[in-house]
Write a protein of this length. Structure first.
Length: 369
């Protein structure tokens, strides 16, 4: 995924607000012990409050990471497809493969999807929840400046792990979903070139949407929810400028109901948005939801991207300050994107946020002609 454009570097913001909130809490409390409790409560993620199990999701991340780096077309990614398919079958589901050779790249696209039946499994409306499971290619990249292998625990591992948990939860759920739900494991999201290239990224979702269009299924799809960069410590979700605002609002409401509003839509900051507006720039993140939008499906991206990009990948202009916020580890596309950067509660929170929003998503999907 890529932001367009490169965000203007700004001094860390948000910390000030946190410090202010914290000091007002302190004023209202009298003991240090209570303060310590509050600090712990504020730094943990409200993950466990729902049916999605962070421990189970983390086990799925570990299983994927054990295959090593998993770029598009690799043997390791093929093993990952088999793993995901096997886990879905264990749940009693019937996953389907959409595999197609990408002629230019001479690599096999392996999309995988599974339906959780609604009231009308054959012709009824569909809610798609997706996540890419390929990892950034690094071998042969002259720009690659890191010593260790790129595992992509968060970027490529966390999203599909949460989808597997959503499969389990939705299969067991009472009442069963009224609309059909497709859980879609997306191949070839990452740009094959190190720098983002529109012609060499989002190849999996492009082929998938084209197939759905060719087979006249596309009109059944009423909403697409994309999870990307899932599972980081101090997990948050940014407000993407390329997402459907009605769908975006559903997740703000769900987060509020969970008491987790502070994790949602802090970035981009009002100052950043002002800057983009002043430059005539439309803020947004390029990711698989753009493809669904292009094919006419209202889409929303839930991503934890802002402040995760290390300074050497920020494309800074001379004199421009790097965006660094000590609250957020900057692991994106580096060898720091490994299991040690993850938090199982973050995986649970992402999944439980989707489940919290699910009744509203259902209404949205069923109401759309
Ligand atoms: Zn990536």
């Amino acid at each position: 995924m890529s932001t367009s454009p490169t965000p203007k570097a700004t001094a860390p913001v948000g910390n000030g607000a946190n410090v202010l909130a914290m000091s007002s809490i302190v004023r209202r409390t009298t003991t240090l012990a209570l303060f310590a409790l509050i600090v712990v409560a504020c730094t943990q993620c409200g993950g466990p409050s729902g049916p999605v199990d962070g421990g189970k999701a983390m086990a799925h991340v570990k299983a994927q990471v054990a295959f090593g780096s998993r770029p598009f077309g690799s043997e390791a990614l093929g093993k990952t497809t088999d793993y995901l398919e096997g886990e879905l079958k264990k749940l009693g589901l019937a996953p389907q493969r959409h595999e197609v050779m990408h002629e230019k790249e001479k690599k096999l696209i392996r999309n995988l999807y599974v339906q959780i039946d609604g009231d009308d499994p054959k012709a009824g409306p569909v809610l798609v929840i997706g996540a890419h499971y390929d990892t950034k290619v690094y071998a042969g990249c002259v720009e690659w400046k890191h010593s260790g292998p790129f595992l992509g625990a968060i970027d490529g591992g966390g999203g599909p792990a949460v989808l597997l948990e959503l499969a389990r939860v939705l299969k067991e759920r009472t009442p069963k979903p009224k609309c059909n739900v497709w859980l879609y494991f997306i191949d070839a999201e990452e740009s094959i070139t190190w720098e983002w290239n529109d012609e060499k990224a989002l190849l999996g979702s492009q082929a998938f949407c084209q197939m759905l269009s060719d087979t006249k299924q596309l009109s059944r799809l009423k909403a697409f929810v994309l999870l990307d960069l899932i599972g980081s410590k101090n997990y948050k979700i940014d407000k993407d400028g390329n997402s459907d605002s009605r769908l975006q609002a559903l997740f703000a409401t769900a987060a509020k109901e969970m008491g987790e509003s502070s994790r949602v839509y802090e970035f981009p900051t009002p100052q950043e948005l002002d800057y983009y507006t002043s430059q005539g720039i439309k803020w947004g993140t390029k990711d698989d939801h753009n493809m669904f939008t292009r094919f006419g499906v209202p889409s929303v991206l839930l991503i934890d991207f802002a402040r995760r990009v290390p300074p050497h990948l920020q494309n800074l202009k001379p004199g421009q300050a790097a965006q660094i916020d000590p609250r957020f580890q900057q692991w994106w596309h580096t060898d720091e994107d490994d299991l040690s950067a993850m938090d199982s509660d973050a995986l649970a929170f992402a999944g439980n946020l989707v489940m919290q929003a699910f009744p509203a998503l259902e209404i949205h999907v069923l109401g759309k002609k």
